[in-house]
Design a protein around this ligand. Structure first.
Ligand SMILES: [Zn+2]
Ligand SMILES: [Zn+2]
Length: 200
């Protein structure tokens, strides 16, 4: 891949350099290319990623967020929790979707790098020398498309989301701003969940 601008910006956002965030960047770009769309400034795209919680390689999600504009803050990204490295990108405007999955052809090489050896031994990525971080990034970035991803067919998508509620209230108990659907009635007062004492 020639244009490294998006890669360096994504890694800057991510906080360190690693194979999984780089794979996320490549797959995010691949999914956008398959659909012929550009980064979502608003919520025209929706991403469903298949990573889970508390496992290696979750960094994949940051590459997807950065490239597609499907972000935690906008709420147009979700995780299926399957511990897999794939993304289904949905174009809400044209009602089409594509699933792009990471292909593990490079995994033996990635696993053998000093970076991954140290990660496996519990060293945080930020404490691994920059050159060793870059080695895994380059492996994934410079690989041929077929080595790192399989791009599924572009399909019609019936995915839809509930309408967004753009109303808020100030909780009389803690004086903090709360989105209206999260209001609870406790002791005759409309309060936030924390002040209601009800379970989240
Ligand atoms: Zn990472
Ligand atoms: Zn409150």
């Amino acid at each position: 891949m020639n244009d490294t601008t998006i890669l360096s910006q994504a890694l800057e956002f991510h906080g360190h350099k690693c194979w999984a965030s780089t794979a996320g960047v490549r797959l995010g770009l691949g999914a956008m290319e398959a659909l012929g769309v550009s980064r979502a400034g608003s919520k025209q795209l929706h991403a469903i990623i298949e990573t889970g919680d508390y496992h290696g390689g979750m960094c994949f999600g940051d590459g997807i967020q950065f490239t597609t504009g499907c972000t935690f803050g906008k709420g147009n990204i979700e995780k299926t929790g399957e511990g897999k490295f794939a993304v289904t990108l949905i174009d809400k405007v044209t009602k089409r979707s594509v699933r792009v999955a990471y292909r593990p052809t490079l995994q033996p090489q990635i696993k053998a790098t000093p970076f991954m050896q140290k990660r496996a031994a519990g060293v945080p990525p930020t404490q691994i020398p920059e050159a060793e971080q870059l080695e895994v990034v380059t492996l994934v970035w410079d690989a041929a498309v077929e080595q790192v991803m399989s791009v599924g067919p572009v399909l019609e998508s019936s995915w839809s989301e509930p309408e967004e509620v753009v109303r808020f209230f100030v909780c009389p108990s803690c004086a903090e701003l709360v989105a209206e659907p999260y209001a609870r009635v406790a002791n005759g007062e409309v309060v936030c969940i924390a002040c209601s004492g009800y379970p989240r």
